[in-house]
Design a protein around this ligand. Structure first.
Ligand code: FES
Length: 389
């Protein structure tokens, strides 16, 4: 459930912004979520659950370019252009070209829906540095089921054209219970499509994915088999592209150092201009995000309560506070802590030292013993599909 309350809301205090003595961090990585509009309906989407409401308030081209300029001045060098589906924005080429001129390394995160050959050529001319193509499955059937529509052949054709245009491409495959048997096929596709790397990323269980956890979470055994298939592939294809396999931290006993530590590296801008320390931060209760229409990016980065909230180590609860691993994982993921405990400031229960770790073990057991055969698709209407139909 999404709760926002303005109780704790206070405005950034230093209108001249910068206070680098207090905040030594620079936002190296800027994630621009250009739109939440998307023709796909992936049931593990990382967009907020009420994504539809921001459509009419999206930043326009000039506003995006201004934000990117401010980001560069703050030290951002890596730009992720994401969504929703960023190709829905007809000004994508203009944004890429402006970003490239400012000196960003530009990376487009897309399903390829909305791309065609001419558009790829225009993006290449605009100076796009890199592209990440998401795959929902390794064949038409699984792909269509989890994307909600049939775009599989289109994706393959676009991936081929991207490589022909010379744009380095990473394939991103979100792994869950119903596609993990396709890992080897996806890796072979990676070789065939001349991908620079393949990322096998397990679903992260909050937001949409959390609603669907009983259908999506693999069992320990299934995960072990998946790891074996990655291992087998590596043995057989020693010179093939790098493979990134991100295991769900539910099974690891230690949480991920999410967003590399809150307010240290990442600045994520939502389609309507809210500035967030993590894409999911708008769903956390307690603090209203600051918006670029009202404040400078520098002021928000240095002073906004939402960025200050979990920055550094002082806010950490026990047992994190006295844990010698706190500088490696910073207490884990705030969004996961919130979705599992209702408290965004709790130790991430993925950690076996968390007093609430049993909640994770219960979820693992429940999904294994009573897997759901229904999927709630990302949609404004309630769209539920049955996996066995
Ligand atoms: Fe938001 Fe981890 S996904 S902090």
């Amino acid at each position: 459930s999404r709760m926002t309350s303005s109780n704790f809301w206070r405005m950034p205090v230093h209108n001249n912004g910068s206070n680098p003595q207090n905040n030594p961090h620079r936002p190296f990585w800027l994630l621009a979520e250009l739109t939440y509009a998307c023709p796909l309906q992936c049931p593990y989407c990382s967009n907020p659950e009420d994504f539809a409401s921001s459509r009419t308030r999206e930043l326009n081209t000039a506003q995006w370019i201004d934000v990117l300029e401010q980001g560069r001045k703050l030290g951002a060098v890596q730009l992720g252009l994401s969504g929703g589906e960023p190709c829905v924005r007809q000004d994508l080429e203009a944004i890429v070209s402006a970003a490239r001129e400012m000196g960003y390394y530009t990376n487009l995160l897309t399903s390829t829906v909305g791309l065609n050959r001419a558009r790829i050529d225009r993006l290449q001319q605009a100076g796009l540095d890199h592209i990440q193509v998401s795959l929902q499955g390794a064949d038409q059937r699984i792909s269509q089921r989890f994307a909600g529509s049939d775009f599989f052949e289109h994706k393959l054709a676009m991936a081929k054209h991207l490589r022909a245009a010379g744009i380095p491409m990473v394939l991103n495959f979100v792994v869950h219970r119903h596609n993990l048997h396709q890992i080897e096929q996806v890796l072979e596709l990676g070789v065939e499509l001349d991908a620079e790397a393949v990322e096998l990323a397990n679903c992260q269980y909050h937001g949409w994915a959390m609603q669907n956890i009983d259908a999506l979470l693999p069992t320990r055994d299934e995960l072990r088999q998946a790891e074996e298939s990655v291992h087998r592939f590596r043995q057989q294809h020693k010179t093939a592209m790098p493979i990134l396999f991100v295991v769900p931290d539910f099974y690891e006993g230690r949480p991920r150092p999410c967003v590399n530590g809150w307010g240290t590296t990442l600045m994520s801008i939502s389609p309507d201009g809210n500035v967030l320390p993590c894409q999911g931060a708008a769903d956390l209760p307690g603090y209203t995000p600051c918006n670029v229409k009202q404040f400078s990016l520098e002021n928000i980065w240095n002073n906004s309560p939402l960025f200050e909230r979990f920055r550094g180590l002082d806010w950490l609860p026990q047992p994190c506070r006295s844990c010698d691993e706190k500088e490696q994982d910073f207490g884990g993921c705030r969004c996961q802590a919130y979705s599992l405990t209702g408290d965004p400031a709790a130790t991430d229960p993925a950690c076996s030292k968390s007093p609430q770790h049993a909640s994770v073990l219960r979820l693992i057991k429940r999904a294994a013993q009573h897997p759901s055969d229904q999927l709630i698709m990302r949609s404004t209407q309630r769209n539920i599909i049955n996996l066995h139909e």
